[in-house]
Write a protein that binds this ligand. Structure first.
Ligand code: AMO
Length: 596
């Protein structure tokens, strides 16, 4: 065996996914890992695996005694080079494998390296705990289905870059270490050694820099960029994640929609072979909230919510009346024909589902023949109320109706949760379909739960609709709508952006409506406001959550499945053990003393 086994006679000629019947008789060298091994005495079979596929290799004692003997020592995940001839499998063709018509009859074997028994099998169907898989992520990443996700991710990058390049976008970089401006998403802080007691923040997005690029005249910018946010983590949130970030000058919403729809169509077409129909439908924020209780509705099924609030006063049902008296809502979800399907136990389990969003409970009624409700509160209904409710609901005998009477945020959140749950429960969701949706006309401002102050829903540079400018100086500023939009796909927010303010006068009015004095605004955003003194163009943009998009495209259920080295729900990395304590010398250099 040659000392350098990557040279002749073991230089790779083909991949493990490549050989077909048309290659019969060819002399080949394959490299890869032992996927599995079957020892039949005189013949040892292995499936050799690389990222391209699997090929069966056979070592026969009568043909190559030396290679056969060495093959006797092979175990799962040994790394090999095999030299041999492509033979037909004759009657033993495996139609499930792309290389199933052939096998390689080995004439020589080189073992590049041996492997210990891996902590889990390198197979698609395993139920190993995620922490163990993540601690050995390099092995987890050997699994064919996991490899497919990353191969798809890489292909997506190529398609995105070529689409945007053809549309005259420049790929420009922005810093990760940026000025710390508290207020938006919570930042990770990086202490500066050279500037005692000072901190950088890790960029939560390139937002302000990409606007500076517009001032510079780079009128079409994009970046596939890592963003950092110290948020509470969930399946669809990671502390570092990747955006496709875009910003354009001299455009309006329609230009952004056209470019983004074009990009999505190209991406789904080239990567998945799926044709997304254009134009994508659009839905105003208010209508989305009214109909689905959320601003990222899954349109793969209908099941709309029904607002009964205006019928509640005087209806006789105390908790309906009280909710609307306290400026709350009474909303319902009608489940057609569900009475037979949903047991008492199913229904009594629903409050558990809505507890996390703060709802106190879920009331329900079964609609009987003649329209009467079977529900504990039904006897309280005032005369005529039942008929009015039923008419609004479109209720029919055999339906179940779920009710939430609560503050608007809670009622909508709870019903949206129930809608999704019932969509799954009654198998209403067409899992093979793709339903993109633009949400538009977001509120410009909202009252922060934490501080009770007005804050920008998107960010303070988002432009208000021109017709709503007058509202900013009034009590009705909450009604002002922003020129902001989100792209939702199958119930997941995959992108968000806005047209920005480029006129100083409008910016002042928004700062004023936010209760930000000129000094505070200047202190926070001085560089942007300064730049805007020098002829800023009208501009706007959007950013995709690329990981979320890939998650949907690969059918994964967690971002962790499509990020090579993700963090756990607690923000830790089981592979490296990060985060860890810093040693005393590092802390001293940075003038940091830890508090107990
Ligand atoms: P926004 O904050 O809406 O907008 O982010 C854009 C998109 O990024 C994705 N995203 C995330 N993905 C994974 N983990 C996270 N923690 C996470 N947070 C957000 C979402 C979201 O739609 N600068 C603006 C964009 C703009 O106005 O142009 C911004 O960052 O899919």
């Amino acid at each position: 065996v040659a000392s350098d086994r990557t040279r002749e006679p073991f230089r790779r000629t083909h991949t493990c996914g490549e050989l077909r019947a048309s290659d019969l008789g060819r002399e080949v060298v394959l490299c890869g890992w032992v996927h599995n091994r079957r020892d039949h005495g005189g013949a040892i079979f292995i499936d050799l695996r690389d990222r391209y596929g699997l090929t069966q290799v056979v070592f026969r004692a009568d043909m190559s005694p030396e290679a056969h003997e060495l093959a006797g020592s092979l175990r799962a995940e040994f790394c090999l080079a095999v030299r041999g001839t492509v033979d037909s499998r004759g009657e033993n063709v495996n139609p499930k494998m792309p290389t199933g018509e052939i096998e390689v009859s080995a004439t020589a074997l080189a073992i590049h390296s041996r492997s210990e028994t891996p902590p889990f099998e390198i197979q698609d169907a395993i139920d190993t705990r995620e922490n163990i898989r993540l601690a050995h992520r390099y092995l987890d990443l050997r699994r064919p289905s996991v490899q497919r996700a990353f191969i798809m991710r890489s292909r997506a990058y190529a398609v995105i870059r070529s689409y945007l390049e053809a549309a005259s976008f420049l790929e420009l970089e922005t810093p990760f270490m940026v000025k710390n401006t508290p207020g938006g998403a919570r930042n990770f802080l990086v202490p500066s050694r050279l500037n005692r007691h000072q901190f950088y923040a890790l960029a939560e997005s390139p937002q302000l820099y990409k606007q500076l690029f517009m001032v510079s005249g780079f009128d079409r910018y994009f970046q596939i960029v890592r963003c950092f946010r110290d948020e509470d983590l969930r399946g669809d949130r990671q502390p570092e994640f990747t955006q496709i970030d875009l910003e354009l000058s001299f455009i309006d919403e329609e230009d952004i929609f056209a470019i983004v729809e074009g990009l999505m169509v190209e991406l789904f077409g080239k990567v998945l072979g799926v044709e997304l129909p254009r134009p994508f439908p659009r839905l105003g924020y208010d209508e989305a909230m009214a109909r689905y209780g959320c601003d990222k509705p899954d349109l793969r099924f209908e099941l709309p919510l029904c607002d009964l609030s205006d019928l509640a006063p005087g209806c006789g049902v105390r908790f309906f009346e009280e909710a609307v008296a306290k400026k709350g809502l009474v909303k319902a979800l009608r489940l057609p024909g569900a009475a037979k399907e949903l047991s008492r136990k199913d229904l009594d389990g629903l409050p558990e589902l809505v507890k996390p969003v703060g709802a106190k409970g879920v009331a329900y009624a079964r609609v009987q023949e003649g329209g009467a409700w079977q529900a504990p509160f039904a006897k309280a209904l005032a005369e005529g109320a039942l008929a009015r409710f039923n008419e609004r609901l479109g209720a029919a005998p055999g339906d179940v109706v779920l009710f939430i009477a609560d503050q608007p945020g809670i009622a909508n959140n709870a019903l949206s949760t129930l809608r999704l749950h019932m969509g799954e429960r009654f198998k209403l969701i067409d899992k093979a379909s793709w339903r993109p949706l633009w949400i538009t006309e977001f509120p410009l401002l909202e009252v922060s739960d934490e501080t009770g102050q007005w804050v920008a829903c998107h960010h303070p540079f988002t432009a208000p609709r021109p017709q709503d400018l007058e509202l900013l100086e009034t009590e009705r500023r909450g009604e002002a709508r922003a020129r902001a939009y989100d792209l939702v796909l199958n119930g997941v927010e995959v992108a968000g952006g806005s047209i920005r303010i480029h006129q100083a006068e409008v910016q002042q009015r928004v700062f004023h409506a936010l209760g930000l004095s000129e000094e505070v605004a200047r202190a926070k955003f001085s560089f942007l406001l300064e730049a805007f003194k020098y002829g800023p163009p009208p501009h706007g943009g959007i950013a995709f959550g690329l990981d979320r998009l890939i998650m949907l495209m690969t059918g994964a259920t967690s971002l962790r499945d499509v990020i090579a080295f993700p963090k756990t729900q607690k923000g830790t990395c089981p592979l490296t053990g990060a985060p860890t304590a810093a040693d005393e010398k590092q802390l001293l250099e940075m003038h940091i003393q830890l508090r107990p």
